[in-house]
Design a protein around this ligand. Structure first.
Ligand code: ZN
Length: 437
Protein backbone atom coordinates (compact mmCIF):
# COMPACT_ATOMS: atom_id res chain seq x y z
CA UNK A 1 0.00 0.00 0.00
CA UNK A 2 1.29 3.46 -0.85
CA UNK A 3 1.94 5.88 1.97
CA UNK A 4 -0.37 8.91 1.84
CA UNK A 5 1.40 11.95 0.36
CA UNK A 6 3.10 14.15 2.96
CA UNK A 7 3.91 17.56 1.38
CA UNK A 8 6.02 18.65 4.37
CA UNK A 9 8.22 15.57 4.05
CA UNK A 10 8.47 16.03 0.27
CA UNK A 11 9.62 19.63 0.84
CA UNK A 12 12.13 18.45 3.43
CA UNK A 13 13.44 15.74 1.09
CA UNK A 14 13.90 18.26 -1.74
CA UNK A 15 15.59 20.76 0.57
CA UNK A 16 17.67 17.93 2.08
CA UNK A 17 18.95 16.66 -1.24
CA UNK A 18 19.93 20.18 -2.29
CA UNK A 19 21.64 21.06 1.00
CA UNK A 20 23.03 17.52 1.31
CA UNK A 21 24.74 17.97 -2.06
CA UNK A 22 26.10 21.30 -0.81
CA UNK A 23 27.44 19.55 2.31
CA UNK A 24 29.12 16.95 0.08
CA UNK A 25 30.94 19.67 -1.87
CA UNK A 26 31.87 21.38 1.43
CA UNK A 27 33.43 18.16 2.75
CA UNK A 28 35.23 17.42 -0.51
CA UNK A 29 36.75 20.93 -0.43
CA UNK A 30 37.96 20.42 3.16
CA UNK A 31 40.54 17.61 3.43
CA UNK A 32 42.28 19.37 6.37
CA UNK A 33 41.21 21.91 9.04
CA UNK A 34 43.03 24.69 7.18
CA UNK A 35 41.13 23.77 4.00
CA UNK A 36 37.84 23.76 5.96
CA UNK A 37 38.53 27.29 7.19
CA UNK A 38 39.45 28.37 3.65
CA UNK A 39 36.13 26.95 2.39
CA UNK A 40 34.15 28.72 5.16
CA UNK A 41 36.01 31.96 4.36
CA UNK A 42 35.30 31.52 0.63
CA UNK A 43 31.57 31.29 1.37
CA UNK A 44 31.64 34.21 3.82
CA UNK A 45 33.58 36.38 1.37
CA UNK A 46 31.12 35.60 -1.43
CA UNK A 47 28.37 36.88 0.89
CA UNK A 48 30.22 40.13 1.59
CA UNK A 49 31.93 39.32 4.91
CA UNK A 50 35.23 41.20 5.22
CA UNK A 51 38.48 39.97 6.76
CA UNK A 52 39.73 41.27 10.11
CA UNK A 53 43.30 40.65 11.24
CA UNK A 54 44.15 40.18 14.89
CA UNK A 55 47.22 42.42 14.45
CA UNK A 56 45.10 45.42 13.35
CA UNK A 57 43.01 47.83 15.43
CA UNK A 58 39.30 47.11 14.85
CA UNK A 59 36.45 49.52 14.45
CA UNK A 60 32.98 48.02 13.95
CA UNK A 61 29.55 49.44 13.23
CA UNK A 62 26.04 47.94 13.45
CA UNK A 63 25.34 45.60 10.54
CA UNK A 64 29.03 44.92 9.79
CA UNK A 65 29.82 41.36 8.72
CA UNK A 66 33.40 40.25 9.41
CA UNK A 67 35.54 37.18 10.03
CA UNK A 68 38.84 36.52 11.82
CA UNK A 69 41.12 33.53 11.23
CA UNK A 70 43.62 32.35 13.85
CA UNK A 71 46.55 30.19 12.75
CA UNK A 72 44.72 29.15 9.53
CA UNK A 73 42.61 26.39 11.14
CA UNK A 74 40.06 28.26 13.30
CA UNK A 75 37.68 31.02 12.27
CA UNK A 76 35.18 33.33 13.96
CA UNK A 77 32.62 35.21 11.85
CA UNK A 78 29.99 37.65 13.02
CA UNK A 79 27.23 40.07 12.05
CA UNK A 80 27.13 43.07 14.40
CA UNK A 81 23.65 43.71 15.77
CA UNK A 82 21.79 47.01 15.71
CA UNK A 83 21.96 47.33 19.53
CA UNK A 84 25.16 47.47 21.63
CA UNK A 85 26.28 43.94 22.67
CA UNK A 86 25.96 44.86 26.36
CA UNK A 87 22.26 45.63 25.80
CA UNK A 88 21.30 42.80 23.41
CA UNK A 89 23.93 40.08 23.95
CA UNK A 90 25.18 37.57 21.42
CA UNK A 91 23.80 34.45 19.79
CA UNK A 92 26.61 32.05 18.90
CA UNK A 93 26.97 28.76 17.06
CA UNK A 94 30.14 26.75 17.65
CA UNK A 95 31.59 23.73 15.81
CA UNK A 96 35.02 22.18 15.18
CA UNK A 97 37.11 21.98 12.02
CA UNK A 98 39.26 18.93 12.85
CA UNK A 99 38.55 15.19 12.56
CA UNK A 100 40.47 12.08 13.61
CA UNK A 101 43.26 11.37 11.13
CA UNK A 102 47.04 10.87 10.96
CA UNK A 103 49.48 13.77 11.06
CA UNK A 104 52.59 13.67 8.91
CA UNK A 105 55.79 13.55 10.96
CA UNK A 106 58.68 16.03 10.57
CA UNK A 107 60.94 13.36 9.04
CA UNK A 108 58.43 11.53 6.92
CA UNK A 109 60.50 9.98 4.15
CA UNK A 110 60.79 6.23 4.88
CA UNK A 111 62.06 3.47 2.58
CA UNK A 112 61.67 -0.27 3.20
CA UNK A 113 61.75 -3.37 0.99
CA UNK A 114 61.50 -1.35 -2.22
CA UNK A 115 58.62 0.83 -0.99
CA UNK A 116 58.47 4.51 -0.12
CA UNK A 117 56.40 5.14 3.00
CA UNK A 118 55.28 8.29 4.82
CA UNK A 119 55.87 8.60 8.56
CA UNK A 120 52.68 9.60 10.39
CA UNK A 121 51.32 9.87 13.92
CA UNK A 122 47.66 9.20 14.87
CA UNK A 123 45.56 12.32 15.62
CA UNK A 124 42.47 12.00 17.81
CA UNK A 125 40.29 8.97 18.47
CA UNK A 126 40.34 7.35 15.07
CA UNK A 127 38.87 3.97 14.06
CA UNK A 128 42.15 2.75 12.58
CA UNK A 129 40.81 -0.22 10.59
CA UNK A 130 38.53 2.06 8.53
CA UNK A 131 41.62 3.67 6.99
CA UNK A 132 42.82 0.39 5.45
CA UNK A 133 42.66 -0.23 1.69
CA UNK A 134 41.53 3.27 0.74
CA UNK A 135 43.02 5.80 -1.70
CA UNK A 136 44.51 8.41 0.62
CA UNK A 137 46.23 11.73 0.09
CA UNK A 138 48.19 14.27 2.13
CA UNK A 139 46.62 17.70 2.72
CA UNK A 140 47.25 20.75 4.88
CA UNK A 141 49.41 23.83 4.95
CA UNK A 142 53.00 24.55 4.05
CA UNK A 143 54.88 27.44 5.63
CA UNK A 144 57.62 29.00 3.48
CA UNK A 145 60.58 31.22 4.30
CA UNK A 146 59.32 34.53 5.67
CA UNK A 147 56.17 32.96 7.17
CA UNK A 148 53.92 32.78 4.09
CA UNK A 149 51.35 29.97 4.21
CA UNK A 150 50.06 27.86 1.32
CA UNK A 151 47.42 25.14 1.22
CA UNK A 152 48.46 21.92 -0.48
CA UNK A 153 46.85 18.61 -1.45
CA UNK A 154 48.65 15.84 -3.31
CA UNK A 155 46.64 15.19 -6.49
CA UNK A 156 44.90 11.82 -6.84
CA UNK A 157 44.94 9.23 -4.09
CA UNK A 158 48.57 8.07 -4.08
CA UNK A 159 48.86 6.73 -0.49
CA UNK A 160 47.31 3.62 1.06
CA UNK A 161 47.38 1.37 4.11
CA UNK A 162 47.03 -2.15 2.70
CA UNK A 163 45.53 -4.83 4.95
CA UNK A 164 47.64 -7.86 5.77
CA UNK A 165 46.41 -10.95 3.86
CA UNK A 166 44.40 -13.27 6.10
CA UNK A 167 46.73 -16.15 5.09
CA UNK A 168 49.57 -14.40 6.93
CA UNK A 169 47.70 -13.93 10.21
CA UNK A 170 44.75 -16.24 10.96
CA UNK A 171 44.38 -14.69 14.42
CA UNK A 172 42.65 -11.75 12.74
CA UNK A 173 39.41 -13.75 13.00
CA UNK A 174 39.49 -12.97 16.73
CA UNK A 175 39.66 -9.25 16.03
CA UNK A 176 42.04 -6.84 14.37
CA UNK A 177 44.57 -5.06 16.57
CA UNK A 178 46.84 -2.58 14.81
CA UNK A 179 50.05 -1.13 16.27
CA UNK A 180 50.13 2.48 15.03
CA UNK A 181 53.93 2.73 15.18
CA UNK A 182 54.68 -0.36 13.07
CA UNK A 183 51.51 -1.25 11.18
CA UNK A 184 49.84 2.06 10.27
CA UNK A 185 52.55 3.55 8.07
CA UNK A 186 51.07 4.50 4.69
CA UNK A 187 52.75 3.30 1.48
CA UNK A 188 53.43 6.01 -1.07
CA UNK A 189 54.63 3.90 -3.98
CA UNK A 190 57.66 2.02 -5.23
CA UNK A 191 61.09 3.28 -4.19
CA UNK A 192 62.24 4.53 -7.59
CA UNK A 193 65.40 6.46 -8.32
CA UNK A 194 63.41 8.92 -10.43
CA UNK A 195 60.32 10.95 -9.53
CA UNK A 196 59.95 13.79 -7.05
CA UNK A 197 60.05 13.30 -3.30
CA UNK A 198 56.99 14.04 -1.17
CA UNK A 199 58.23 17.56 -0.38
CA UNK A 200 58.69 18.33 -4.07
CA UNK A 201 55.29 16.84 -4.94
CA UNK A 202 53.62 19.01 -2.27
CA UNK A 203 55.57 22.08 -3.38
CA UNK A 204 54.43 21.47 -6.97
CA UNK A 205 50.83 21.06 -5.78
CA UNK A 206 51.02 24.34 -3.84
CA UNK A 207 53.00 26.24 -6.48
CA UNK A 208 55.94 27.01 -4.19
CA UNK A 209 59.66 26.25 -4.30
CA UNK A 210 60.44 23.11 -2.29
CA UNK A 211 63.63 24.65 -0.87
CA UNK A 212 61.58 27.53 0.60
CA UNK A 213 59.38 25.24 2.76
CA UNK A 214 60.31 25.61 6.43
CA UNK A 215 57.32 23.93 8.12
CA UNK A 216 54.13 21.93 7.55
CA UNK A 217 50.90 20.84 9.18
CA UNK A 218 49.77 17.95 7.00
CA UNK A 219 47.23 15.19 7.57
CA UNK A 220 46.07 12.10 5.72
CA UNK A 221 42.71 12.40 3.97
CA UNK A 222 40.49 9.93 2.15
CA UNK A 223 40.01 10.90 -1.49
CA UNK A 224 36.74 9.12 -2.32
CA UNK A 225 34.25 11.93 -2.99
CA UNK A 226 31.31 12.20 -0.61
CA UNK A 227 28.33 10.29 -2.05
CA UNK A 228 24.57 9.90 -1.81
CA UNK A 229 23.65 6.49 -0.45
CA UNK A 230 20.69 4.59 1.04
CA UNK A 231 17.68 3.24 -0.89
CA UNK A 232 16.20 6.72 -1.44
CA UNK A 233 19.58 8.47 -1.77
CA UNK A 234 19.00 10.62 1.33
CA UNK A 235 22.05 9.40 3.24
CA UNK A 236 25.44 11.00 2.81
CA UNK A 237 28.56 8.84 3.02
CA UNK A 238 31.62 11.01 3.54
CA UNK A 239 34.79 11.48 5.53
CA UNK A 240 34.99 14.11 8.31
CA UNK A 241 31.23 14.65 8.79
CA UNK A 242 32.17 15.01 12.48
CA UNK A 243 32.26 17.95 12.58
CA UNK A 244 32.30 19.40 9.08
CA UNK A 245 28.55 18.66 9.06
CA UNK A 246 27.99 21.26 11.78
CA UNK A 247 30.64 23.67 10.38
CA UNK A 248 28.55 23.60 7.18
CA UNK A 249 25.16 24.00 8.92
CA UNK A 250 26.56 26.77 11.14
CA UNK A 251 28.01 28.66 8.18
CA UNK A 252 24.73 28.43 6.25
CA UNK A 253 22.79 29.53 9.35
CA UNK A 254 24.95 32.65 9.80
CA UNK A 255 24.66 33.48 6.10
CA UNK A 256 20.87 32.99 6.11
CA UNK A 257 20.04 34.63 9.44
CA UNK A 258 18.32 38.00 9.20
CA UNK A 259 20.19 40.73 11.10
CA UNK A 260 18.90 41.40 14.62
CA UNK A 261 19.39 43.69 17.60
CA UNK A 262 21.88 41.17 19.01
CA UNK A 263 25.19 40.22 17.38
CA UNK A 264 25.35 36.82 15.63
CA UNK A 265 28.55 34.77 15.81
CA UNK A 266 29.92 31.56 14.27
CA UNK A 267 33.03 30.01 15.85
CA UNK A 268 34.77 27.00 14.28
CA UNK A 269 37.68 25.77 16.43
CA UNK A 270 40.50 23.37 15.58
CA UNK A 271 41.88 20.69 17.95
CA UNK A 272 38.57 19.48 19.47
CA UNK A 273 39.52 15.86 18.80
CA UNK A 274 42.66 16.20 20.93
CA UNK A 275 41.24 18.15 23.87
CA UNK A 276 41.06 21.71 22.47
CA UNK A 277 44.20 22.89 24.29
CA UNK A 278 45.74 25.33 21.80
CA UNK A 279 45.75 29.02 20.88
CA UNK A 280 42.97 28.38 18.35
CA UNK A 281 41.21 25.56 20.26
CA UNK A 282 38.17 25.97 22.53
CA UNK A 283 40.36 25.90 25.66
CA UNK A 284 42.41 28.74 24.20
CA UNK A 285 41.72 32.47 24.18
CA UNK A 286 40.50 32.90 20.58
CA UNK A 287 36.77 33.35 21.23
CA UNK A 288 37.31 35.32 24.47
CA UNK A 289 39.77 37.64 22.70
CA UNK A 290 37.50 38.24 19.71
CA UNK A 291 34.41 38.86 21.86
CA UNK A 292 36.28 41.34 24.10
CA UNK A 293 37.51 43.21 21.05
CA UNK A 294 34.11 43.04 19.35
CA UNK A 295 32.45 44.65 22.37
CA UNK A 296 35.19 47.30 22.65
CA UNK A 297 35.23 47.98 18.88
CA UNK A 298 31.51 48.71 18.83
CA UNK A 299 32.20 51.64 21.14
CA UNK A 300 31.83 50.17 24.62
CA UNK A 301 35.15 50.45 26.38
CA UNK A 302 34.07 50.15 30.02
CA UNK A 303 35.05 46.95 31.81
CA UNK A 304 31.46 45.94 32.56
CA UNK A 305 30.37 45.85 28.92
CA UNK A 306 31.91 42.45 28.12
CA UNK A 307 30.51 40.83 31.26
CA UNK A 308 27.06 42.28 30.61
CA UNK A 309 27.29 41.00 27.04
CA UNK A 310 28.21 37.44 28.11
CA UNK A 311 25.42 37.41 30.70
CA UNK A 312 22.89 38.16 27.93
CA UNK A 313 24.29 35.58 25.49
CA UNK A 314 23.65 32.01 24.38
CA UNK A 315 25.98 29.54 22.64
CA UNK A 316 24.80 26.55 20.62
CA UNK A 317 27.66 24.02 20.56
CA UNK A 318 26.95 22.02 17.39
CA UNK A 319 28.77 18.70 17.08
CA UNK A 320 27.59 15.50 15.43
CA UNK A 321 25.54 13.05 17.55
CA UNK A 322 25.18 9.25 17.70
CA UNK A 323 22.12 7.88 15.91
CA UNK A 324 21.05 4.46 17.15
CA UNK A 325 22.78 1.67 15.17
CA UNK A 326 20.35 -1.20 14.45
CA UNK A 327 23.12 -3.80 14.84
CA UNK A 328 24.34 -2.33 18.13
CA UNK A 329 21.14 -0.87 19.55
CA UNK A 330 22.08 -2.05 23.06
CA UNK A 331 24.86 0.57 23.10
CA UNK A 332 22.15 3.22 23.56
CA UNK A 333 19.89 3.93 26.48
CA UNK A 334 16.62 2.33 25.29
CA UNK A 335 14.58 5.48 26.00
CA UNK A 336 16.94 7.68 24.01
CA UNK A 337 17.59 6.41 20.50
CA UNK A 338 18.08 9.28 18.02
CA UNK A 339 17.26 8.44 14.39
CA UNK A 340 19.03 9.73 11.29
CA UNK A 341 16.70 12.14 9.50
CA UNK A 342 14.82 12.80 12.75
CA UNK A 343 16.21 16.28 13.36
CA UNK A 344 18.70 17.89 15.75
CA UNK A 345 19.75 15.93 18.82
CA UNK A 346 19.85 17.67 22.19
CA UNK A 347 22.74 16.15 24.20
CA UNK A 348 22.53 15.69 27.96
CA UNK A 349 25.06 14.42 30.50
CA UNK A 350 24.71 14.50 34.27
CA UNK A 351 28.49 14.90 34.66
CA UNK A 352 28.78 17.98 32.40
CA UNK A 353 30.37 16.27 29.42
CA UNK A 354 27.66 18.26 27.63
CA UNK A 355 26.78 21.79 28.71
CA UNK A 356 23.00 21.48 28.18
CA UNK A 357 20.89 22.39 31.20
CA UNK A 358 17.20 23.05 31.74
CA UNK A 359 17.41 26.69 30.65
CA UNK A 360 19.56 26.26 27.55
CA UNK A 361 17.89 22.99 26.51
CA UNK A 362 14.48 24.56 26.92
CA UNK A 363 15.57 27.63 24.97
CA UNK A 364 16.84 25.47 22.07
CA UNK A 365 13.65 23.39 22.08
CA UNK A 366 11.55 26.55 21.86
CA UNK A 367 13.60 27.88 18.94
CA UNK A 368 13.16 24.55 17.13
CA UNK A 369 9.40 24.57 17.79
CA UNK A 370 9.20 28.09 16.32
CA UNK A 371 11.07 26.86 13.24
CA UNK A 372 8.95 23.71 12.86
CA UNK A 373 11.96 21.48 13.60
CA UNK A 374 11.63 18.26 15.67
CA UNK A 375 14.10 17.68 18.52
CA UNK A 376 15.57 14.34 19.61
CA UNK A 377 17.47 13.59 22.83
CA UNK A 378 20.73 11.75 23.51
CA UNK A 379 22.08 10.57 26.83
CA UNK A 380 24.80 7.93 27.26
CA UNK A 381 24.12 4.55 28.82
CA UNK A 382 24.83 4.81 32.55
CA UNK A 383 27.62 2.24 32.26
CA UNK A 384 29.37 3.86 29.29
CA UNK A 385 31.65 6.91 29.32
CA UNK A 386 30.37 9.95 27.46
CA UNK A 387 32.15 11.87 24.69
CA UNK A 388 32.44 15.63 24.96
CA UNK A 389 32.45 18.74 22.77
CA UNK A 390 33.62 22.33 22.70
CA UNK A 391 30.41 23.18 24.63
CA UNK A 392 31.51 22.59 28.26
CA UNK A 393 34.99 24.01 27.53
CA UNK A 394 33.62 27.23 26.06
CA UNK A 395 31.01 27.50 28.82
CA UNK A 396 33.76 27.10 31.45
CA UNK A 397 36.13 29.53 29.75
CA UNK A 398 33.59 32.31 29.15
CA UNK A 399 30.79 31.65 31.62
CA UNK A 400 28.32 31.65 28.74
CA UNK A 401 24.98 29.78 28.80
CA UNK A 402 25.51 26.86 26.42
CA UNK A 403 23.49 24.06 24.87
CA UNK A 404 25.03 20.99 23.20
CA UNK A 405 23.30 19.76 20.06
CA UNK A 406 24.21 17.87 16.89
CA UNK A 407 22.99 16.10 13.78
CA UNK A 408 22.54 12.32 14.20
CA UNK A 409 25.00 10.08 12.35
CA UNK A 410 26.49 6.58 12.25
CA UNK A 411 30.12 5.41 12.19
CA UNK A 412 31.43 8.51 13.97
CA UNK A 413 35.24 8.75 13.66
CA UNK A 414 35.30 6.23 10.82
CA UNK A 415 37.26 7.23 7.73
CA UNK A 416 33.86 7.03 5.97
CA UNK A 417 30.95 8.24 8.12
CA UNK A 418 27.24 8.44 7.28
CA UNK A 419 24.53 10.99 8.05
CA UNK A 420 21.16 11.92 6.59
CA UNK A 421 20.74 14.75 4.11
CA UNK A 422 17.30 15.37 5.70
CA UNK A 423 19.03 16.57 8.88
CA UNK A 424 20.97 19.26 7.01
CA UNK A 425 17.96 21.58 6.42
CA UNK A 426 16.64 20.75 9.91
CA UNK A 427 19.96 21.73 11.51
CA UNK A 428 20.23 24.86 9.35
CA UNK A 429 16.67 25.91 10.27
CA UNK A 430 17.30 25.24 13.98
CA UNK A 431 20.63 27.11 14.08
CA UNK A 432 19.22 29.98 12.02
CA UNK A 433 16.32 30.28 14.48
CA UNK A 434 18.81 30.38 17.39
CA UNK A 435 20.88 33.11 15.71
CA UNK A 436 17.76 35.15 14.85
CA UNK A 437 15.94 34.87 18.17
ZN1 ZN B 1 32.93 16.17 16.96
Amino acid sequence: MREPADPARDDLARDGLELGDDLRSFVDASPSPSHAVAEIVRRLTAAGFGALDETDAWSLAPGDTRYVVRDSSSVIAFRIGTAPPAEAGLRLVGAHTDSPTFKVRPRWDLRRYGYRLVGVEPYGGLLAHTWLDRELTVAGRLVVRGGGQHLAVLPGGPLRLPSLAIHLDRSIRDGLVLDPQRQLVPLWGPDLETGPGLLQALADAAGVVAGDIVGHDLVLADTQPAARTGADGTWIAAPRLDDLGCCHSGTLALLRAAGAAHTQVLVANDHEEVGSGSAQGARGSFLADVLARLVAATGEVNVQALHRTIARSRLVSADMAHAVHPNFADRHDPSHAPAMGGGPVLKHNANQSYATDAVTGGWFTERCADAGVPVQHFVSRADLPCGSTIGPLTASRLGIATVDVGAPMLAMHSCREVASALDVPLMVRALTACLEE
